[in-house]
Ligand binder design. Structure first.
Ligand SMILES: [Zn+2]
Length: 44
């Protein structure tokens, strides 16, 4: 699984406020720089 796919799979955890520490930082950093359509749809 790519990092991108791994991040999109964590969207639900993020919305449930279940990401912590490094996971949360890495997720937020990724979605700000990601061009994935799934992530874009999530942000819109
Ligand atoms: Zn991505």
């Amino acid at each position: 699984m790519s990092w991108c796919e791994e991040s999109t799979s964590r969207i639900d955890l993020y919305l449930d406020d279940e990401l912590r520490g490094d996971e949360l930082v890495a997720f937020e950093h990724h979605i700000k720089n990601c061009s994935s359509r799934r992530v874009m749809a999530f942000l819109v």
